[in-house]
Design a protein around this ligand. Structure first.
Ligand SMILES: [Zn+2]
Length: 566
């Protein structure tokens, strides 16, 4: 994957000078489709390509490439912006800068991320004054769900709770998959391409741009850090150190922003206290969602949700401002953020060396039981007494009033762990389970292979019950296992797969492989019909890899990685 990306980079490098015989002026800069249509229309795929071609033809100091192909074979463009320009992770590291990956259009009906990102890229690139591009490396992926983008239909069909534009794409990709539920199972080519980018560039910050479709609140944009309690580095840092600062700065820009959520009177959240009538509650902590996933990779994930009942021009403006402020803040806190990434990577390496350094990993969680009480702004809606449509996206027979009230209520903006597990030295996977191994490798996880049978002290999981979801979701019936770990000598067959947790993505390994995880390989049926009540989970926990005779095994594992049959 990396070599093909480099080939594209080499072929599309920006060495060429612009074709104009006079100096470039702002009149030459490309404009987005919303800018050209008074914010009546959003960009088609061809518009994005044309916009990027214009930047290239003007000799903009950018690198252009494709993260991979969509289901229907469209290239998913990416643009790298930094001053000076870089072409690889090594060059970015040499500059000692944080890398920020900003993605628009994962839900293609939610259009403003795509158009705001293009405009911001242009404006930062051509700015004469110093800006964030002097201190960070920006990777912009403006039209991630390119196939969904092209399924244009009226907003009243594709985005029922949105205030325009009139024609928008669909939420799902061409396989009818929701890409923001695919980050664990990685079934879509788009997800696989983005995981390859994450592995190749290892961004410190991932920003995912969306539009809400819920409550009538009083915020131009709502945001969320990684909500998984396993995101102990980037999740907590973003929540406590970045987002409060961003909120202040956005306020100074004239935009009220707040933690993402919905009023529970609109959408009942899983709040244990049933006496709660009204509250503000966030969404979900599981890594099927991109920004949660990214936190479990030990990095910072930020979800951005422009307010669907605002006009397209306002949604573009607030998304533009929010991303711009994120880039500036990351530029300012670059040293702290890079050292956070380094600490996240080195912690699992210590697990193998010193049992004292072991840290429990949260693999299941629930909404906090101790919400803070805060003011949340709500808009009053008025019943019109008839069935006319007052504004696209507002229910028929109701009208917005523009009357906003701050109401004090419980705010459920975080999750607490309900099940933690101590990482073993390694997980050993049955030689049969090649689909599991292939998935782990997509996540950038190193998997070795033993050449001979061996025995080791460890745990094996006895399956007491298998709970299968009655309803299919994203083409799966999700599975949950109940059972117990039993300690003893484990006999491991030759050709077993070995996943040492002493690697940068140790936390992700635990999350994916623990049988009781709320979003792991068990959830998504990676074991097919292999799991049986009363049987054993085909992944064993091993406490000490050194007894296996590690040095020679390492050499053989290096060659086994090349075996094509894996
Ligand atoms: Zn969305």
């Amino acid at each position: 994957m990396r070599s093909s990306l480099l080939a594209i980079l080499a072929a599309t490098g920006t060495g060429c000078a612009h074709g104009l015989s006079r100096p470039i002026t702002p009149a030459d800069y490309p404009r987005t489709r919303p800018e050209l249509t008074r914010y009546a229309e959003t960009s088609h795929y061809a518009d994005v390509r044309k916009f990027l071609d214009s930047l290239r033809n003007l000799g903009a100091p950018l690198r252009f490439g494709s993260i991979g192909k969509t289901t229907e074979g469209r290239d998913i463009p990416y643009i790298i912006a930094s001053r000076p320009i870089v072409s690889s992770l090594a060059e970015a590291k040499q500059l000692g800068r944080p890398i920020v990956y900003v993605q628009g259009n994962i839900h293609a009906g939610e259009v403003e991320g795509k158009d705001a990102l293009l405009a911001l890229l242009r404006d930062l690139t051509f700015a004469n004054k110093p800006n964030a591009l002097d201190s960070i490396v920006l990777i912009a992926v403006p039209i991630y769900n390119a196939d969904g983008n092209e399924r244009f239909a009226p907003q009243s069909t594709n985005r029922t709770e949105q205030n325009g534009p009139e024609m928008v794409g669909t939420r799902a990709n061409a396989q009818n998959l929701d890409l923001n539920r695919d980050y664990v199972k990685a079934e879509a080519p788009e997800t696989r391409a983005s995981l390859a980018m994450f592995n190749a560039w290892d961004p410190d910050v991932f920003v995912d741009l969306h539009t809400t479709d819920g409550s009538f609140h009083g915020y131009a944009l709502t945001y969320s850090p990684s909500l998984s309690p396993a995101a102990v580095f980037g999740g907590i840092y973003a929540r406590d150190s970045l987002l409060p600062v961003l909120r202040d700065r956005m306020h100074r820009n004239g935009f009220e922003v707040f933690d993402y959520g919905n009023f529970v009177s609109d959408e009942r959240a899983p709040i244990a206290d049933t006496s709660v009538r009204e509250a503000w509650a966030t969404y979900d902590s599981r890594p099927r969602f991109g920004t949660n996933y990214y936190g479990i990779r030990g990095r910072i994930g930020i979800l951005s949700e422009a307010y669907s009942h605002d006009s397209l021009s306002k949604r573009i403006a607030v998304t533009y401002a929010f991303v711009n402020e994120i880039l500036s803040l990351v530029a300012q806190k670059g040293t702290a953020i890079r050292s956070l990434s380094a600490r996240a990577d080195s912690q699992p390496l210590a697990w193998g060396r010193s049992p004292d350094s072991l840290q429990m990993i949260a693999i299941r969680s629930e909404l906090t039981a101790t919400p803070r009480k805060l003011d949340v702004i709500k808009e009053d809606l008025l019943k019109t007494g008839d069935s006319t449509l007052s504004q696209p996206g507002v229910p028929k027979g109701e009208r917005r009033t523009g009357i906003f009230k701050a109401i004090r209520m419980p705010v459920y903006d975080r999750f607490t762990s309900t099940l933690d597990r101590v990482p073993p030295a390694a997980y050993v996977i049955s030689p049969r389970d090649t689909a599991v191994v292939a998935l782990l490798r997509l996540h950038g996880i190193r998997v070795d292979r033993s050449d001979s049978a061996w025995t080791a002290r460890g745990d094996s999981f006895a399956i007491d019950s298998i709970i299968t979801s009655p309803r299919p979701f994203q083409g799966h019936r999700e599975v949950r296992l109940r059972g117990r770990w039993e300690r003893g000598l484990q006999g491991l067959p030759p050709k077993s797969f070995i996943v040492s947790t002493a690697q940068a993505r140790g936390t992700l390994i635990v999350y994916l492989l623990e049988p009781e995880s709320d979003d792991g390989v068990v959830t998504w049926n990676l074991f097919g019909s292999e799991l049986k009540k009363g049987g054993r989970y085909p992944v064993t926990r091993i406490f000490d890899l050194s007894r296996r005779g590690r040095a020679p095994a390492r050499r053989s594992s290096a060659s086994s990685l090349q075996e094509p049959q894996e």
